[in-house]
Ligand binder design. Structure first.
Ligand code: NAP
Length: 259
């Protein structure tokens, strides 16, 4: 399917690895020029080079912590005019409800709620003036069904979801659509780190932790960054103009609900 976005320009935050990389790759396959970001330069440069070689699009890399004001300013200054924004950042650490103090919540809110909001606030006016834009926020399955150990994530991402629900309806008339993608468990470094925590706390191997988790997913496996990226590219395509303010769950059926 021709996604109709060849020649558009996208900022994909936190995209040297994992789900962000999956989104960057799929957008590049649709002919989108990229601005890619991560904190570390090594994986960022290597991923950018492999995307250039595979898809022949222009890729600009900006190493910065997207969750800081200075990092966002650096990325936005270097990015120039953008048609597509994919927001993403690392997720908060696991724990239990009694662990978290105000400072932990402020960090999680900064990273997973206020950063995407700041990026949208900076980029929506230009998209609206030009009459076309696409925003995809990578959030989490935890927005639909809480994950007890990820209370910081449950809280911050719910806040972002509320903001998107209202804002998406205010900008849709200008040709700008905003949606959220809710990953369930996907095979990335983040999953390895969460599974390592489970393995250590339960005295089992990493493979056992992974197998036990996969067995709880109706699809019987973890999702892949490629599958995730394909949905992201579709939500950024010309065909997605009537999909407004939605929360698209990609979890292999793990969330047991009818709607
Ligand atoms: P990942 O494999 O650990 O990759 C994270 C990527 O983000 C890396 O490229 C990393 O590069 C970059 N990054 C992290 N923090 C950053 C920051 N502050 N500024 C700029 N770049 C940053 O993670 P993932 O699995 O793709 O997860 C992406 C998001 O989806 C996370 O918020 C995660 O909580 C959420 N999620 C993931 C899953 C899953 O199963 N994978 C499920 C639900 C939700 P640097 O380290 O070099 O910065």
């Amino acid at each position: 399917m021709d996604l109709g976005i060849s020649g558009k320009r996208a900022l994909v935050c936190a995209s040297s690895k994992g789900l962000g990389r999956g989104c960057a790759d799929a957008l590049a396959a649709a002919g989108v020029d990229l601005v890619m970001n991560a904190r570390g330069t090594e994986a960022l440069d290597a991923t950018a080079e492999s995307i250039r070689a595979a898809h022949g699009v222009s890729v600009t890399t900006i190493a910065a912590d997207i969750t800081t004001e200075a990092g966002r300013a650096k990325v936005l200054d270097a990015a120039g005019q953008l048609d597509i924004l994919v927001t993403n950042a690392g997720g908060p650490p696991p724990g239990i409800w009694s662990d978290w103090e105000r400072e932990d919540f402020i960090k999680a809110l900064d990273a997973n709620m206020l950063t995407p909001i700041a990026l949208m606030k900076a980029l929506l006016p230009g998209m609206m003036d030009r009459g076309w834009g696409r925003v995809v926020n990578i959030t989490s399955q935890s927005v639909k069904a809480p994950i007890a150990a990820l209370g910081l994530s449950n809280s911050a991402r719910a806040g972002l979801t509320g903001y998107v629900a209202g804002t998406s309806r205010q900008v849709a008339g200008n040709g700008v659509v905003i949606n959220n993608m809710l990953p369930g468990i996907h095979a990335t470094d983040r999953a390895i780190s969460l599974d390592t925590g489970v393995a250590e706390s339960q005295g089992i191997t990493l493979d056992e932790a992974k197998d036990r988790r996969a067995a709880t997913i109706p699809a019987g496996r973890y999702g892949t960054p490629e599958e995730f990226g394909a949905m992201c590219a579709f939500l950024c395509s010309q065909h997605a103009g009537f999909i407004v303010g939605q929360n698209i769950l990609l979890d292999g059926g793990a969330t047991n609900s009818t709607l």
